[in-house]
Design a protein around this ligand. Structure first.
Ligand SMILES: Cc1cc2nc3c(=O)[nH]c(=O)nc-3n(C[C@H](O)[C@H](O)[C@H](O)COP(=O)(O)OP(=O)(O)OC[C@H]3O[C@@H](n4cnc5c(N)ncnc54)[C@H](O)[C@@H]3O)c2cc1C
Length: 449
């Protein structure tokens, strides 16, 4: 696309919208982010992103994408107080009652609150030439009379309806509550098919004061769950401003109460006694925050036969994942890269077809990982592919082997963090290593129980 006076509008100024805007600046002269919230100048949560108050892990792949799109961003995070630590050396990770052996992987993980992550990406995006932000809530699409092409967005600001922005391209990054399928239907298009895997996950979280001596300076304490046996996960992350962010998460209605006594009692229910012991020792510095997440939801735009030109979708509006896997922001980054590649190589092909195909490919592995785990609960009516069911036992062994074997642990985390494909688990030397290490790990686990 030649730049000239071209204009792209992105609906939504959260992570996916910001990353889309960043990529679009290379292909459009002007990029407008249409956001219904007043975007704060500082590090603070906001109404349009209610998950702001929940812990957000940026997977290693996501961190690399941010560094690729915004050179030097690691320094911006550091300047604002974010911490970094080795993925398998700076924290304590347990499965059941047993801790993984620590080792220095050389893979640096970022520790920052969600408002800080968003603020740094927002500051960098807003500073790009051609980017502007308009405050307003999108209400529908502006199209050519034959409805074949989207040429803008209708929006409202406060009480004022009927405003519009003209655009050569509109990108929907309005999150999982997107109204786009309804708007498409109003224009006479089919809605995309939806894959939906209910999980009824609940987060109850709170900030606590962090002393440098806590956990001997470690930055993370987490208990991985063994699905479908376990329904509770815990993440305790060190954050900027000397805080711990403690999150107790549970599947299928097993949600921690948001009061002192109930929260601690829930923490006592974890198999690992250190969960309760550690949380009980901490001093709270906030109220509790809760968040309910109903279902993994994927919209299959790539399957549509008809779709208007000049319109795309990115982020949670395209595919929203059970947040306990920490994939959402990273997948938004993968989709932004898919958008960049598509725009660069377009040469006369239909943009939406090429983009949705590329985005579906980017979503596939994380989607299989999330649905493979969540589909294993007896409540789930999700039809896991035969391969996923057959391989579930092997993945349990990979996890067990990762407890004690450095090489398996590194690959395990690289796959989980979307840096390497799950196929690395299937080379013959790796399989033999897993079988050997998992036997000794399971024996140790039995002794700890
Ligand atoms: C509890 C919880 C924990 C999570 N933890 C993690 C994690 O650890 N790691 C991770 O990578 N991801 C995590 N996620 C997912 C992550 O928050 C999202 O994937 C990420 O924010 C990208 O989403 P998005 O930008 O597509 O949408 P959102 O973040 O939902 O943002 C949508 C934006 O669009 C705006 N908007 C909506 N409607 C309109 C409209 N009509 N007009 C204008 N603007 C509009 C909203 O105000 C908002 O700014 C978590 C999610 C939840 C719910």
């Amino acid at each position: 696309m030649s730049q000239g006076s071209s204009h792209a509008v992105v609906i939504g100024g959260s992570i996916a919208g910001l990353l889309a805007a960043r990529v679009l600046t290379e292909h459009f002269a002007h990029v407008t982010i249409l956001e219904r919230d007043d975007l704060p100048a500082h590090t603070e949560g906001r109404r349009g992103v209610p998950q702001s108050h929940q812990p957000h892990t940026l997977l290693l792949r996501g961190k690399r994408i941010l560094e690729q799109l915004y050179p030097g961003i690691a320094e911006d995070f550091r300047r604002h107080g974010a911490l970094t630590g080795d993925m398998t050396g700076a924290g304590r990770i347990a499965v059941g009652r047993t801790y993984m052996t620590k080792y220095h992987s050389g893979l640096p993980l970022l520790f920052a609150s969600r408002p800080l992550l968003e603020r740094v990406v927002r500051d960098r995006t807003r500073a790009l030439p051609g980017v502007s932000v308009v405050r307003g809530a999108a209400q529908g699409l502006l199209t050519t009379p034959d409805k074949r092409k989207v040429i803008g967005v209708h929006y409202r600001t406060g009480e004022t309806d009927g405003q519009s922005l003209r655009a050569d391209l509109v990108v929907d990054a309005s999150g999982r509550g997107t109204r786009l399928p309804a708007w498409l239907s109003d224009l006479g298009y089919e809605k995309p098919q939806e894959s939906r895997l209910p999980v009824n996950v609940g987060y109850t979280t709170r900030y606590y004061r962090r002393e440098p001596t806590h956990l001997d300076g470690d930055l993370l304490f987490g208990v991985f769950l063994q699905q479908p046996k376990d329904r509770r996960a815990v993440t305790i992350l060190a954050l900027e401003d000397d805080r711990w962010h403690v999150a107790l998460a549970g599947w299928h209605g097993e949600h921690a109460p948001a009061d002192d006594a109930g929260f601690l009692e829930f923490a006592r229910g974890y198999e690992h006694p250190d969960v309760h012991r550690f949380i009980r020792s901490l001093e709270p510095v906030s109220e509790f925050a809760t968040h309910k997440y109903p279902a993994n939801t994927r919209r299959h735009y790539e399957r549509l036969k008809r779709f208007p030109e000049g319109l795309l979708v990115i982020g949670d509006a395209l595919c929203s994942f059970n947040p306990t896997y920490g994939q959402g922001m990273t997948v938004a980054g993968l989709e932004a890269l898919a958008l960049e590649r598509t725009l660069r190589r377009l040469r006369g092909r239909s943009l939406w077809k090429a983009y949705f195909k590329a985005a579906a490919a980017a979503v596939e592995t994380p989607w299989s990982m999330a649905t493979g785990g969540d589909g294993s609960y007896p409540e789930s009516t999700w039809k896991r592919p035969l391969a996923a069911r057959l391989l579930a036992g092997y993945f349990t062994r990979v996890q067990a082997a990762a407890m004690v074997d450095d090489e398996v642990r590194r690959s395990f985390f690289e796959v989980l963090h979307l840096v390497k494909p799950p196929t690395v688990f299937f080379s013959l030397p790796f399989v033999l290593r897993v079988l050997r290490a998992s036997r000794s790990s399971m024996r140790e686990g039995d002794r700890a129980a």
